[in-house]
Design a protein around this ligand. Structure first.
Ligand code: NAD
Length: 413
C-alpha cells in the first residue's frame, strides 16, 4: 500500500464523528497541485548532475500552504504528497491560518560538499519560485534541511523577485528574519504534549523511561527536555547507531558526541535498531522517518505509549495491532506541531517587521500546544475514540467550516 493511501485512510475513522459536509470530504480527496521539477547542479568536480525535486500543495482552504522541504534519497511524489496531507491536518488541528504543503529533493545530502548543497538549495528555489510565496506556499526545514539551507532559499527567492521576502521561508537564521525558538520548537512542542497527557494516559508513572528513535533536531531537543524534567531517556538512535543505558543516558553528553561526529554515551550498550523499538519502556518516541512501526514489528513493541514525533512513523496496520494490545498512540499531527506553530510566529514577525522575545515565543507555543492537546483529549473522552481519530476530527471540523463558508451543497439546493 502506498504511504498516501495509508495516510488518507486515517480520515475514515474521523469522518463519522466530525459531522462535516460531504463537500469537505470530497474537497480533501486529492491534492490541490503537485509539481515535479529537475534541478541541474554543477558538482565540484565539474560534472553536471540533475536531481528530482517536488513541491505539493495539498489544500489551501484555511490559508497559504505551509510545510517543510526534505533532502533524502527516498523522497518521491508519494512521500511528499503524504507529508503535505498530514500538514493540512496538523495546521488545522493547531488552529493555524495555513493549509498543508511539503517539498523534497531525492538526494543523499551526506554525499554533497557545502558548495554543492548551496547550489542544490538555490536550484530548488529557481525551479519552484513561481509556485511559492509568502501568501501562497511557505517552505520550512524538515529532514536534513537546516537554518542555513532555509537562508539560502530565502536569499534565492529574494534575488528572483528583486526584493527582500523574509516571509517566503521559515526556519531561517536569526539575522535573516528567523524567530527565536524555531530551532527547538518541534522538540519543545512534543514535550508540552507529553507533559500534558502523561497524567491521563499513564497515571502511575512519575518518572518515565523513554526510548527515542532518531537523534536529530526534534529527537535531541525532546530528549533534553525529558532529561531536564527528571525522566529517564534510556535509549537513543540515529541512522548509524542505537544505544541503550537502563539507568538513563547522559543526554547533553550524547548531544555533544553527536555534534562531534558520532553518537556515543558513557556506560551505554550498543543495540540494534530493531531492539530499540522493542524495549520495555513507558514511552517510545519515533523521531526519524515514516513507517518505522508497521504490521511486521508492531507485535514486538513493549512500550506503554507511543508519541509520534516523526511524521507517519506508525502505519495504520500497526495502529490496529497496537491498540488491540492497549498501547496508546499520540499522533504526529499533534506531537510534532510545535515546529509549524513557531514557523507561523516567524511568518507573523516577518510580516510585522517586529521580532518577538524568546519568552514571548515560548509562552505562545506553550499556550497553543497545551490548549489544543486538551481540546483533543476532551474529544477523545467525549466520543470514546482514539487520540488520532480525535485529532483528525478536531482538524476536519475547522477545515469543514472554511469549506462551508464558501458555500456548501445545501446553500445551492
Ligand atoms: P533530522 O534530519 O534533524 O534528524 C533525523 C534523525 O533521524 C537523524 O539523526 C538520522 O540519523 C535519524 N535516522 C534516520 N533514519 C533512521 C533510522 N532508520 N533509525 C534511527 N534513526 C534514524 O530531522 P528532524 O528535523 O529531526 O525530523 C525528524 C522527523 O520529525 C521527521 O519525520 C520530520 O518530518 C519530523 N518533523 C520535523 C520538524 C522540524 O521542525 N524539524 C517539524 C515537524 C516534524
Amino acid at each position: 500500500m502506498s504511504t498516501f493511501t495509508d495516510a488518507s485512510g486515517r480520515l475514515e475513522a474521523a469522518i463519522e464523528h466530525a459531522g462535516v459536509s460531504a463537500d469537505t470530504i470530497e474537497r480533501l480527496r486529492l491534492p490541490k497541485s503537485v509539481l515535479k521539477v529537475s534541478i541541474p547542479v554543477r558538482m565540484d568536480d565539474g560534472a553536471l548532475r540533475v536531481f528530482a525535486g517536488y513541491r505539493v500543495r495539498y489544500d489551501d482552504t484555511r490559508g497559504p500552504t505551509k510545510g517543510g522541504v526534505r533532502f533524502h534519497p527516498d523522497v518521491d511524489v508519494d512521500e511528499v504528497q503524504s507529508l503535505a496531507f498530514w500538514m493540512t491536518f496538523k495546521c488545522a488541528a493547531m488552529g493555524l491560518p495555513f493549509g498543508g504543503g511539503k517539498g523534497g529533493v531525492a538526494v543523499d545530502p551526506k554525499q554533497l560538499s557545502m558548495h554543492e548543497l548551496e547550489r542544490l538549495s538555490r536550484g530548488y528555489i529557481d525551479a519552484i519560485a513561481d509556485f511559492i510565496g509568502p501568501d501562497v506556499d511557505i517552505p520550512a526545514p524538515d529532514v536534513a534541511t537546516n537554518a542555513m539551507v532555509m537562508g539560502w532559499m530565502m536569499d534565492q527567492y529574494s534575488t528572483i523577485r528583486r526584493r527582500i521576502e523574509p516571509g517566503v521561508v521559515t526556519g531561517k537564521p536569526l539575522p535573516m528574519g528567523g524567530s527565536l525558538g524555531r530551532d527547538t520548537a518541534t522538540g519543545d512542542g512534543a514535550w508540552h504534549v507529553i507533559r500534558t497527557l502523561l497524567p491521563t494516559i499513564l497515571p502511575d508513572v512519575e518518572q518515565a523511561t523513554v526510548a527515542i528513535q532518531g537523534f536529530g533536531n526534534a529527537g535531541q531537543v525532546l530528549a533534553t527536555r525529558l532529561h531536564e524534567a527528571g525522566h529517564k531517556v534510556v535509549a537513543v538512535s540515529d541512522s548509524r547507531t542505537a544505544l541503550h543505558h537502563p539507568e538513563g543516558i547522559d543526554v547533553p553528553a550524547a548531544r555533544a558526541a553527536k555534534a562531534e561526529g558520532g553518537l556515543q554515551a558513557d556506560g551505554a550498550r550498543e543495540i540494534s535498531a530493531d531492539e530499540l523499538l522493542a524495549l520495555e519502556v513507558d514511552l517510545l518516541c519515533p523521531s526519524a522517518l515514516e513507517n518505522a512501526i508497521t504490521e511486521d514489528n508492531a507485535g514486538d513493541v513493549r512500550a506503554k505509549a507511543i508519541f509520534e514525533v516523526a511524521n507517519g512513523p506508525v502505519t495504520s496496520g500497526a495502529d490496529d495491532v497496537l491498540s488491540e494490545r492497549g498501547v496508546t498512540i499520540v499522533p504526529d499531527i499533534l506531537v510534532n506541531a510545535g515546529g509549524v506553530t513557531v514557523s507561523w510566529f516567524e511568518w507573523v514577525q516577518n510580516r510585522n517587521g517586529l521580532p518577538w522575545s524568546a519568552e514571548e515565543v515560548a509562552e505562545r507555543l506553550e499556550e497553543r500546544m497545551v490548549g489544543e492537546t486538551e481540546a483533543i483529549l476532551a474529544l477523545t473522552e467525549e466520543k470514546g475514540i482514539t487520540l488520532r481519530a480525535a485529532a483528525y476530527v478536531h482538524a476536519l471540523r475547522r477545515i469543514g467550516e472554511a469549506v462551508d463558508a464558501r458555500g456548501a451543497a445545501a446553500d445551492f439546493a
